[in-house]
Design a protein around this ligand. Structure first.
Ligand SMILES: CC(C)(COP(=O)(O)OP(=O)(O)OC[C@H]1O[C@@H](n2cnc3c(N)ncnc32)[C@H](O)[C@@H]1OP(=O)(O)O)[C@@H](O)C(=O)NCCC(=O)NCCS
Length: 176
């Protein structure tokens, strides 16, 4: 019997979050970072997001952190303030058990509750079937591909742009 909880991250989760991300940086193309950030840097990023009012979640599986997801600003200029970009990473040993999907569904709900209107996924590489699959299952629409914009492991990488309207989306204009 396994137990899964999706909950807000705390600083106590960040050593495992840092390890999960380190694996993705070293061996994967989902992220275009080349040097894994250390725990102080991951803590600084976490604080910036949480203090900025963005959700940062972990999936706790049988008492251990199995994955995490967060949303942050899509771009810094203020007209983008209702649009977020999301990230989701799982422990590579625990893929394809529905945990990425649950993290994303909760992240979407948290962003809707905060009044954000659009969520954008910038997916590292066209071959990332897992990420494209989980975003599709969450209702994201395919926007398009930026071909050959990254260089990692000696090869050119695409980014795949997917987008989900949150809450009332563009059907109304927020007063704030
Ligand atoms: C992308 C990622 C978060 C998905 O998490 P996951 O827990 O493995 O995915 P889930 O089990 O929740 O999958 C949910 C659905 O997504 C789709 N999906 C997931 N992995 C897939 C794959 N490898 N190929 C095709 N579709 C896939 C399926 O529709 C799946 O539903 P199903 O299993 O009922 O068919 C995970 O693979 C991961 O951490 N990848 C490396 C980092 C990364 O790419 N992050 C995204 C950055 S934007």
């Amino acid at each position: 019997m396994t137990s899964l909880a999706i909950r807000p991250a705390t600083t106590a989760d960040l050593p495992t979050v840092t390890e999960i991300y380190e694996h993705a940086v070293r061996y994967g193309t989902a992220t275009f970072e080349l040097i894994p950030p250390d725990l102080p840097e991951m803590t600084r990023r976490f604080r910036t997001l949480v203090d900025g009012g963005f959700p940062y979640l972990v999936a706790e599986l049988d008492g251990g952190v199995a994955g995490y997801a967060y949303a942050g600003p899509y771009r810094p200029r203020p007209a983008y303030r209702f649009t977020v970009e999301n990230s989701v990473y799982l422990d590579p040993a625990i893929h394809r058990r529905g945990i990425g999907l649950q993290l994303m569904q909760r992240l979407i709900a948290e962003c809707e509750a905060r009044g954000f209107r659009q969520m954008i996924a910038v997916i590292g590489d066209s071959a990332n079937a897992g990420s494209i699959g989980v975003h599709t299952k969450c209702g994201f629409q395919m926007i398009g591909t930026h071909p050959h914009v990254g260089l990692k492991f000696g090869r050119w990488l695409d980014t795949v742009m997917m987008q989900l309207a949150l809450g009332e989306g563009a059907t109304t204009v927020p007063t704030a």
